[in-house]
Every structure is written in C-alpha cells, then in structure tokens.
Design a protein around this ligand. Structure first.
Ligand SMILES: [Zn+2]
Length: 459
C-alpha cells in the first residue's frame, strides 16, 4: 500500500522532496550555475531551474557556493566511556557546523573498537544520535584470524596505533603486523596508521621523566621528527610485503612526507593525510598557546610546515583530516606535560582555515574539494559520495566565501570549547549542511533531529 504522500507523488508523476535554486556549484572542476532536484536522499537531477520538477520545498542558494558534502576521515567522536569529552550528538553537530556531511570515527575508545561486539554497540548507539553520516574504523583484534569476522561488521577500514599499544596486534612484532596487513589487503581494505615509533618514544620519554623534565620542550624532544620518520619507514617496509593499501594519518614532518612520496613513486599503494594544525600552527604557537595545543604528533618547526604545504600544493597529500580530538579543559591543563591529553577540537575550524587560504590564492577550491571530498570518498570507497552528480547522495555543503569572522571556540557545537586558533580571522563559512537531502545545520543552528545521519557500513 502506498501512503498518502507516496500516492500523491505517483499521481502527479513527480514531486521531489527539494529543489535547490540559484546554486553556484562545484562540478567537473568548474563552478557552474545550476539547480538541483533532490529526492529520497539522492541528487535526482542537475540542470536549469526551468527544467526542475515540482518540489515540496525550495531552497535558494543565491550568493553561496555549493560543494559536494565534505568528508572528514579522522575524527574522534568519543561517546561511550568518553562521552564526557564528546558524544555522537555533539561531535556530529560540530561536524555539521564545520561543513562535514560524513565523518570517520577512530577506534581508541573506551572500550576500544576492535571486535564484532564493540562495533555493533557503537553503531547501534550512534544510529540514534548522529546528525551526519558516520563510518567507523576498527583497531585490530588480537588474532589475525578474527580480522575477517570484524570486517564483516562493516568498518570503513582498520586503524593501527604505532605510538602505543591500543588494539590487539603486538606492535613490536613485524611478523604479526605483516600477517594482519595481508588479511586486510586480501579484503581490499585500508589500514590507517598513526606513525610514531613506540619503542623510541617510550625510551626517550622515560629518560626525560627520570630527569624531572615535564615541560612542552620535553614533549617536543620525545615526539621528535625522527620518531615519526622511523615508524613511517618501518610501516612502508612491512606494507611492501603485502600489497595492502596503507594510509598515513597526520604526517607532520617534511622528512616523513618525502619517504611517503618516494614510496608512492615506487608504485606502493600508499596515501596520506595532513591536519590543519600541522599546516597552520608551528612549535612557536605551541609555546604561545601552551598545553591546549599539545597534539600527537606535535606541532613542528617552520621548515616542516613549509614542507607540508609544498606537498599539499604538488598533490602529494591526499586528504586533509581534522584529527578532531576533544578533551575537557581540565585534561588539557594538567600540570605535567605527560598528563596533558593530546589533541584538539578541529571539526569547526578546518574548513574556514582552508577557505581563507583559497581567498589568499595559496590553494584553490578544487584543492579543497579534492582533499576533503573526492579523495576521502575514493580511498575509503564511500559509494555515492565525493562528487556532485545525478544519482549520488544528496550530501551537500553550502559555503559563504565572503563571510569574515573571528574563530570563537565558545560558540563551538563540540563539547571542547577551546582552540589554539581562538581569535584568528578567517574568511569563508559553512551556512548550510545537507545530509541525504535533509537540512541539518543552517547559520550555525542545528535544525534536524538526532538520528538524521546515517551509519556507513562497508559492504
Ligand atoms: Zn587521531
């Protein structure tokens, strides 16, 4: 039986859910004037306004730029045992405010996402609360033989922390890692890695602690560039034996980036991410801002920052991910640097920072869309996402390129209402976020119900 609404649609041939008019939309590497008809969560038609079907709702986008929904592949939504820092609602509200229509959630939760049970619980809980689409990473289970079973639950990829033992794999054992990579490779999936060498890190940290050093400088000494490069080299060597797609999270050093570029040139299936904080802040800012800006890997010197920008501009960087890692203010202000929780709230600052650089001519809109929509969709095989085209999901980010404002963390949707970017002048703001054809955020206000987002399960 058709309900009244469906029947009405059939009788009138086609009344779609929504038509967007007067859009300047980013499509096929150009910005074109067009209208879009949206129905049943998909882009049904793109064309002239006069050719659009009738609709239940009309949205006028005059003066704004329409982008394919942005995808943040590196987000810690927390919830469960860490819900006091962020939960599925607040985290995805922050995502929608920042223009992200899809986020991928990291597994270092309490409990750690690394089994059928933890994935199911997390997806079940998220389903009722999220405002944007959410996919989940899994850490590795203890036994490689369980990887396939975990993969059947639909994680978008696996995550491997090399800086500390988080999941089930013994990160000191090359053989164990290679065996796990082989299984992930055979499933056609990606492993995203946090590349810092645990053994070196632990040793240097131990020595510093013994010497009573607990300042920001000590943190920088422990998390040196060499510690990152060492882990990158090791992971590249191991991945080379397996054919698996290896994706590096938050590359922070020029030297590490060079290793990845070399590996790409040699034909290895490898991609990489950089974060806005490694592009827009440096070690000097860490001294200025203090422990609020403690991240892992840490902020680097000017030379590394310049090296990363070069890699963004020449296309070596595949994605920009926020590494949104919210904590309480108390956790960020611990007296000893070793007790400071690492990470910053980044979902609501990433896009404005990038759009400001578009204004300045350092990067183009094309770069932003490639780094935050096309490549993320490609790498993680997120079907129906990444491009504005008929048949794709109606996940849309609407931005006002002219809007100038100062970053004010107290206005964040995230529970972590502080930022090392506090007070920074930016130009470019998300004014509407549409997920599966539904308006989620408008002018900073959340206008949809919890559960409006969808859970992404890899088939
Ligand atoms: Zn992270």
């Amino acid at each position: 039986m058709l309900d009244v609404n469906q029947a009405r649609k059939v009788v009138l041939v086609l009344i779609v859910d929504m038509v967007l008019v007067n859009a300047k939309a980013y499509m096929n590497k150009a910005i074109v004037d067009c209208s879009l008809a949206i129905d049943d969560g998909k882009i049904l038609k793109i064309g002239r306004e006069t050719n659009m079907p009738s609709s239940d709702a009309k949205l006028n986008l005059r003066g704004f730029l329409l982008l394919p929904g942005l995808i943040d592949v590196h987000v810690h939504l927390r919830d469960e045992g860490k819900a006091y820092k962020e939960d599925f609602y607040s985290g995805t509200a922050a995502a929608s405010a920042g223009g992200m229509t899809t986020v991928l959630d990291m597994p270092n939760n309490n409990p750690v996402t690394m089994s059928v049970e933890t994935l199911r619980n997390r997806m079940g809980l998220a389903e009722r609360k999220v405002l944007v689409n959410v996919g989940f990473y899994s850490e590795f289970p203890v036994e490689a033989s369980k990887i396939q079973t975990v993969a059947r639950e639909g994680p978008v990829g696996f995550k491997l922390y090399m800086a500390e033992q988080v999941g089930g794999l013994d990160i000191r054992d090359d053989h164990v890692i290679v065996e796990a990579f082989k299984v992930v490779g055979s499933l056609g999936m990606v492993t995203a890695a946090h590349a810092e060498d645990e053994e070196s890190l632990r040793l240097i940290e131990h020595n510093l602690k013994s010497a009573g050093r607990n300042s920001l400088d000590a943190f920088l000494t422990a998390h040196s560039g060499d510690v990152e490069v060492k882990a990158i080299e090791r992971l590249l060597k191991l991945a080379r034996q397996t054919g698996m797609h290896l994706h590096f999270c938050h590359v922070s050093t020029e030297a590490g980036m060079m290793k990845i570029i070399e590996a790409k040139k040699s034909g290895l299936k490898v991609t990489c991410e950089v974060t806005p904080h490694h592009l827009f802040l440096c070690a000097k800012d860490l001294k200025r801002v203090g422990s609020l800006a403690v991240t892992m890997p840490p902020l680097r010197n000017r030379r590394d920052v310049d090296g990363l920008w070069e890699a963004v501009k020449d296309g070596s960087v595949d994605v920009i991910g926020s590494d949104h890692a919210p904590h309480t203010l108390e956790e960020k202000e611990a007296e000893s640097v070793w007790d400071v929780k690492v990470g910053i709230s980044g979902l609501e600052t990433t896009l404005p920072l990038l759009l400001t650089e578009v204004r300045r001519g350092r990067i183009s809109i094309s770069d932003v869309v490639k780094l935050m929509s096309e490549k993320p969709a490609d790498i993680f095989e997120l079907k129906g996402k990444g491009w504005l085209k008929e048949g794709n999901d109606a996940d849309l980010t609407v931005v006002d390129l002219n809007k100038k404002y100062k970053i004010e963390a107290s206005k964040f949707q995230s529970k972590a209402k502080f930022s090392p970017f506090e007070g920074r002048e930016v130009q470019g703001k998300t004014v509407k976020t549409i997920v599966a054809g539904r308006l989620i955020m408008e002018d900073g206000e959340i206008v949809a119900k919890p559960g409006s987002g969808r859970i992404i399960r890899r088939e």
